[in-house]
Design a protein around this ligand. Structure first.
Ligand code: ZN
Length: 268
């Protein structure tokens, strides 16, 4: 399912000595899905060229006992823009999904969504970035060409149709897709929604099959926002409110959980 195309992932990693560098390099370099590893100890930065998902690489780095935070993603040769959606919903469903435009025809979509029921869940870009009524106000599947609902590989489909992602027994869906119809510049400002059920990809007999894929309720959603590409995010420590980059990942962007003394939310 994973694409063989590689991307470059830029991680901030807590490292203080050459031994740390060797430990991080060691664990990554023996992984078959990793093409190259560059470590900059001074900047506490690790650049990994890989076909693995960002969460797989993060897990590998963190297996050395260090925290890692994804700072940027880029194409192997060039990229034409990046975006990110922080997906949240009722209950414990939350995730981060990144979009990276590798060329006019190739958009890499890398994400992790936690708190799902095990099994398949429809994933779609919706027309509107309006979450004023939670996920109900973000409109229909993004469909600029007036096509019927379909599968990601169909030529005739909604542009927003990304098919299904599959959560494991732990409730986590970790995925990496490549899509030919999604363009980062067309989806920024719209929203990404994950559904409670499986998308039938327009193949079902249900009335909603050609409209939504009959994939159930909207579980969680997030606005797709422009994000940093490679080396565009120089941040190491956020001094503004005493939250370091290492704590950043476990905290909401704003609100009471933001304070250093609060218990970190379930991590991303
Ligand atoms: Zn659709």
């Amino acid at each position: 399912m994973d694409s063989n195309r590689t991307a470059k992932l830029e991680f901030a990693v807590q490292m203080s000595c050459d031994r740390c560098v060797n430990a991080v390099k060691g664990v990554l370099e023996k992984e078959p899905g990793v093409q190259s590893v560059q470590v900059n100890l001074g900047k506490e930065e690790v650049l990994v060229e890989t076909a693995l998902t960002s969460s797989q690489v993060q897990t590998l780095i963190e297996s050395t006992g260090r925290r890692a935070v994804l700072k940027g993603m880029g194409g192997s040769e060039s990229d034409l823009g990046a975006a990110v959606a922080m997906v949240q919903g009722v209950g414990l469903v939350q995730g981060v999904v990144r979009f990276l435009q590798l060329s006019q025809e190739r958009c890499l979509i890398d994400g992790t969504i936690d708190g799902l029921q095990p099994g398949a869940h429809g994933l779609h870009v919706h027309e509107l970035g309006d979450l004023t009524q939670d996920c109900r106000s973000c409109g229909d599947h993004f469909n600029p060409f007036g096509k019927p609902h379909g599968a990601p590989q169909d030529a005739d489909r909604h542009v927003g149709d990304l098919g299904n992602v599959t959560a494991g027994p732990d409730g986590r869906a970790s995925f990496r897709l490549e899509d030919s119809q999604i363009k980062v510049w067309d989806v920024i400002g719209r929203s990404l929604v994950v559904d409670s059920g499986e998308d039938d990809l327009g193949r079902g007999n249900h009335l909603l099959s050609k409209i939504t894929g009959n994939s159930g309720d909207r579980l969680a959603c997030g606005i797709i926002a422009r994000s940093a590409g490679l080396f565009q995010n120089p941040k190491q420590i956020c001094a503004c409110d005493g939250v370091t980059l290492w704590e950043e990942r476990d905290r909401p962007i704003a609100g009471t959980g933001r304070r250093v003394t609060d218990t970190p939310a379930a991590h991303l």
